[in-house]
Structure formats: structure tokens, C-alpha cells
Design a protein around this ligand. Sequence first.
Ligand code: PLP
Length: 448
Amino acid sequence: MRDNSWESKADEFSLYGFTDLPSVHERGTVVVTHGKGPYIYDTHGRQYLDANSGLWNMVAGFDHPGLIKAAQDQYARFPGYHAFFGRMSDQTVMLSEKLVEVSPFASGKVFYTNSGSEANDTMVKILWFLHGAEGKPQKRKILTRINSYHGVTAVSASMTGKPYNSVFGLPLPGFLHLGCPHYWRFGRPGETEEQFTARLAAELEATIIKEGADTIAGFFAEPVMGAGGVIPPSKGYFQAVAPILKKYGIPLIADEVICGFGRTGATWGCETYDFQPDAVISSKNLTAGYFPMGAVILGPDLANRVQAASEAVEEFPHGFTASGHPVGCAIALKAIDVILNEGLAENVNRLSGRMEAGLAQIAQNPNIGELRGVGYMWALEAVADRATKTPFDGKLSVSERIANTCTDMGLICRPLGQSIVLCPPFILTEAQMDEMFDKLDKALKKVF
Ligand code: PLP
């Protein structure tokens, strides 16, 4: 018999996604009622500093008055609509113009979804549609990387390079995963970082030649891998792979769902890592987490070609009921303004060095093998042996134990594989950053 607690009811009626079940059964789920700034509060009144920003996305915190007002005003004005059949809300038009303006492109076109997964799914369909229309229906294979994360729909999960998708019988045929650009973990003994990058680039070219460039629809990459454990690219990675993709006529799609809108310290991750994609996938920060929304932003070449392909068959036959939802668009317009013009991205730039320095202190712990990251996305990787980089084993991963200990202390951070991930809201103050360091340090000392 269950009692009447929030935790029991959550257990009884929820099919938990991405949740360690033994852990949650033992500890109970945290049932959250409200938030203030970067803090959330549970049904027991406990306060937690959310160094996970919800799920990377609540970058303006949990009670931003401007974002709430943008939502309220738009709900009162026009609460919902689609963006097809020759109709579209004024907010959608305004957001598309703004997105192209702030995009890495001089011109382009935008298509809306409800999530990042759907945006990647949509991009794959756009490529299949385009190549088919251009007389290359066999140009369908999708290249991504091991450890990448692109979502949970059947297509975006097939793109994702994480082994757990095998429980669904995924990936679907035609989704190929190349090497992960994580030098610390995958560099061979004696190999320099430059040689490692060159090896990955050679692997890409060999794969294209083996499969045939005319069978490959596109290459998708997160500028910094997020859910793979915060993995910045190895030195020169994008400068090495981009020309190869160009040479073989394979579009490069930047999955900026996490990196986009300030997380790396620039508007886009591709800016931070200095490469030019052919299209960008955006979500999460796009609405600062205040509305579920994703967007595909096509650069000029793809935009023109997809437009021509659509004209040829009279329509691009794709769209979601809530694509370009006016409330979501109004919130996104405000979120972009808040992030880019009201100092949020600037905060990341100003304080990322402080964040790195504080975490570097904590990473002195002999059981931390690597500190890696950029901007406001960092990971500390736990190792049983620092010299050999040997991971811990055991059923409940050590990162899960660290995250649970942090939760008990009022700090939310995310266990990812053997790593602990810190990706706080952009509004984090220096004092709140110190609170994060202090709690994390104490938790690590408790676990090791
Ligand atoms: N792409 C990346 C890089 C992501 O990190 C995520 C989610 O974390 C997605 C796509 C999927 O987005 P969503 O969870 O909104 O479907």
C-alpha cells in the first residue's frame, strides 16, 4: 500500500524516463513546486541550487519577470495557432526574422518544432526530401559521432551515439557513428592531440569513400557534446572535418540545442569553435526553457535548395500542430533579448574563467581524472586511478553517488557516465557559484 506522500504518488503513477530506478525507489523522487532565481523548492520546502539549469535550458532562472510577462501577454492576445496552410502568427514571423538575424548565416529560413529531438528529426527529413528532389534518393545515410546526443524520437535516437538505444533495437539502418573527439579518453598512447584529430578526420574521409558520398545525406555534430559528458572537440577538429564534408558535398549540421544562445560564451557553439555549418538546430535556451520549442535554421544554400524543391512539388509536407506556437515565439523573442542584450551571455563570458578556476581547485581531488568544458558547461570525470584513467565500477555509478550526495546538500548536478556535470543558469552570481563549489567539494570528499 502506498502512503499519501508526493513521492509515493509519483512512484505509483509515473513511468520515469532517464531515471536510475533503484536510486529513486530508495530515495524518493524530488517533487518540485516552484523556483526562484537559480533555486528550486520541493514539497518539503527544501531549497536546491539547480546547477543543471533544469535540463541545460532554464538559463534565466525560474521566475524571470520579463519571460513570464511575455507569456502572459501573448496568452491574453492570441493563445495558440499553427504555422501552415497559408497562415502563421505575427509572433512567428517576427521570431523567424530575429533568428535569421542572430544566426551564423547572412540569410536563411526557419522551421519550428516542439523539441530538439523533433528539430533533428525534421532536419533529417529535410535532407531526405532535398536529396530526393535533386535526383539523389539514395543519399540518405546520416553521420554522427559516438557519445553524441541528438534526442529520443526514432530518428534522433538513431543519430544518438549512446549504447542504451540498443534496447529499442536502434539505430535504424543507415545511421553511422564515427569516432568521438575526446582526446583524453580516446587518444592512443603517444598520440598528440593534433594526430588524434587527424586520425578522426581520416576516419571520416575513409567512411565517406567506403559508403559513397552519394549515399550520405548529412553530418550532424554538437559543437560541444553535452549529454555525452561535456566533451569539447579536440584541437582543430571542426577545421579538419568541415573541408572534407565540403569536398564530398555533405551538409554539416550544428546541433546547437545545448550550445546555442550563450552556453559556450558566444551566441553559437560554432562561433566558439570557429566553423561554418550549413544549418543549425536550436531548442532549450531558445525559450530559456519557458516553452517547449525547437527550430531548424537553414543557411542560404540549403534554404534556397529546399525552397526550390518545395516549389517543385507545391509544398514541403511536414509540420506539427503547435509548430511556431505564438506564445512560444513571444517567449523566444524575449528570451533571445534577455540572453543577448540584457547581460546573460555576457555573464557567462565574464564568469566562465572563475568557474573553471573554482572547479580546477576541486579537480585536485585524486579521484578526478579530467576537468573539461567551456563557458558554463563543465564536467569532472571520476576515475579509480588517475594515472591509468581507470573508471570506477559498481552497479550504482560513482557519479550517481556524488549527485545524490549533492542533492542531499541542496545542490542539483547531473551524473553522466562517470562524470559530474555542472551547467548552471547564466544568472548565477559569484556567491551562488561559491555555494556550488563548496557543496560539490564537500560531496566529493564524502564519497571518496
Ligand atoms: N540535441 C541535443 C544536443 C540535446 O542535448 C538534446 C537534449 O538534451 C536534444 C537534441 C533533444 O532535445 P529535446 O529533449 O528537447 O527533444
